[in-house]
Every structure is written in C-alpha cells, then in structure tokens.
Design a protein around this ligand. Structure first.
Ligand code: NAP
Ligand code: GCO
Length: 263
C-alpha cells in the first residue's frame, strides 16, 4: 500500500531542503520525480544530488506564484513525463519581521508564495487528476498553521490559511478520489531556519529545550509522512494536518531535568 510505482510526483521547490528529502523518499517508493525552481542553475545543481542516489529527476523552471508560468511548467511535465498523480506544494519562504516594521509588499510576497501558489498549482493539476480517477495533494503546512509567534505574522497567516485551504480541497475534491492533506513539520534544519539555528541563538535554545526529542528535525524525518500521504495507505485520510515535530506541540513547557519538576 506504500508502493508508488508508476506514479508521477511534482515537488515544488524540490531542489534542496525538505522538498528534496520528500522527493527522494517518494522516488524510493517508486515514483517518477519532477521538481521546479525559480532558477535554472539550482535545478542543474540539484540533478547531481539526485543522481547520487540514482534518481533521474525531471526539472522545470517556473515561478509557483505566476499562473501563466505554472500553466506552461505543468504542461511541460505532462507532455514530457506524464500527468501528475502526486502534488507536493512545498515551495515556501519566510520573512521574520515584526508587524509594525513589515512593508505590505513583504507580507504580500509571503502570502503569494506560501498560500496563493498552492492554490494556483493545485488548480492547474487537479482537473487531470479528476479525469483519471483521483490523486494526492500534500500541502507543506507548519506549526505556524496553528500557532503564532513574534515576527512571523505573514508566514503564520499563510500557513494558517493553507491548513484551511487543505480542508477545502478535501471538501471539494474527495468525491473525485483526491486526498488533500498537510504535513506540519516542527523545527527542521534547512536553509529556512539557518538564521535561528546558530549555537547560542535564543531560538536555538528554545527549540532544543521545548522539543521533547531534544534536537532539531532533519528533512529526512518527514519522508515517512510524505510517503504515507502520497500512497494508497492514506486513501481514507483527507483534510488532515499531520504534524512531524519531535513532540514539541505536545509539550506545554520546558523539558527540564528528570526530577526538577517531579514534586
Ligand atoms: P528552503 O530550503 O528555503 O526551500 C524552499 C524552496 O522553495 C526552495 O527550493 C526555493 O527555491 C523554493 N521557492 C521559493 N519561492 C519559490 C517560487 N516563487 N517558485 C518556485 N520555487 C520557490 O525551505 P525548507 O525549510 O526546505 O521549507 C520547505 C517548505 O517547508 C516551506 O514551505 C516551508 O515553509 C516549510 N516548512 C519548513 C520548516 C522548517 O523548519 N524548515 C518547518 C515547517 C514548514 P530557491 O532556493 O530558488 O529560492
Ligand atoms: C520560525 C521557523 C518556523 C519553522 C516552521 C515551524 O521562524 O519560527 O522558521 O516557522 O520554519 O514553520 O513549523
């Protein structure tokens, strides 16, 4: 039930980080992998990394926020590889700026990429899924789909919206045997979190103490959840947000030493 042989998967922004880890996992389960990026050079560079694990990745340049670009890019995939069975809306950015200091253009850019782009790409891919009897959509949500924190208002607004866009995809497309679910990673060691992960950074200390697993997540920690939500194993799972977070959302406070909080 976890076999993806014969399936075509598009992972947006899959040239590194979480997207690449998920793409490699879907490939290991049998899927043919397609990734896009904004920049050709990054696609050329990622091919080498995929080839190191014997994955012949199909790459295409398009901006997920541009409807025309998306239409062309998906058209290239459909003609060169085949219709998309699994769509992972992974591409995303974050801007950590307090509300009062944040230019509206910055807020809008995060919403465009993290929320409106999954709408645009899904809208382009789903008609073919419907005509072929079904498909899988995985939206890359976040802990910030359910929590805010200082300085990430745009990101949390986008990821919160993406959680409910996922629910609406479920409501509208379940009858076509399309399952749309989200993955909510905890704090994962990628370029997105580099700035807050340096040793001694207060946020690094917070993550290390608040996460029961006692570590930052690796992109590969998300692989199993992605294969599950991309496969027949999740055919009755829909509109769900699956957190993969080392237990942080289950933890109200600090995980202090064994007995410090015992009495
Ligand atoms: P990342 O390393 O920054 O990767 C993001 C990818 O999205 C990059 O390949 C980037 O391409 C691509 N991208 C950005 N804007 C794009 C656009 N307009 N068109 C096409 N591609 C675009 O980040 P990550 O940590 O792997 O995150 C991947 C996803 O997981 C994001 O949605 C993020 O919000 C989410 N997430 C991350 C964490 C975490 O702790 N890292 C936790 C929860 C959720 P370029 O490199 O060319 O810019
Ligand atoms: C931040 C982090 C988080 C993580 C992730 C948590 O600045 O708080 O970047 O947003 O990336 O989204 O799920």
């Amino acid at each position: 039930m976890f076999d993806l042989t014969g399936k075509v998967a598009l992972i947006t922004g899959g040239t590194h980080g979480i997207g690449m880890a998920i793409a490699k996992a879907l490939a290991q389960a049998g899927a043919k992998i397609c990734v896009n990026d904004l920049v050709e050079e990054r696609l050329v560079a990622c091919k080498k990394s995929y080839a190191e694990v014997s994955i012949d990745v199909f790459t295409v340049v398009f901006d997920v926020t541009n409807e025309e670009d998306v239409d062309k890019g998906i058209g290239i995939i459909e003609s060169k590889v085949g219709p998309i069975d699994i769509l992972v809306n992974n591409a995303g950015i974050i801007k950590r700026i307090p509300i009062l200091d944040m230019p509206v253009e910055d807020f809008r850019q995060v919403i465009d990429i993290d929320l409106i782009a999954p709408f645009i790409v899904s809208k382009r891919v789903v008609p073919s899924m419907i005509s072929r009897g079904g498909g899988k959509i995985i939206n890359m949500c976040s802990m910030m789909s359910v929590y805010g924190r200082n300085s990430v208002s745009a990101y949390a607004s986008a990821k919160g919206g993406l959680k409910l866009l996922t629910a609406n995809m479920c409501c509208e497309w379940a009858k076509h045997n399309i399952q749309a679910n989200g993955i909510g990673p905890g704090y994962i060691a990628t370029s997105q979190t580099e700035a807050i992960r340096v040793n001694g950074h207060p946020f690094n200390n917070l993550v290390m103490t608040r996460t029961p697993a006692g570590r930052w997540g690796d992109p590969e920690d998300l692989a199993g959840a992605a294969v599950f939500l991309a496969s027949a194993a999740s055919n009755y799972v829909n509109g769900h947000l699956l957190f993969v977070d080392g237990g942080i959302l289950a933890n109200f406070g600090y995980v202090a030493g064994e007995n410090e909080l015992a009495e």
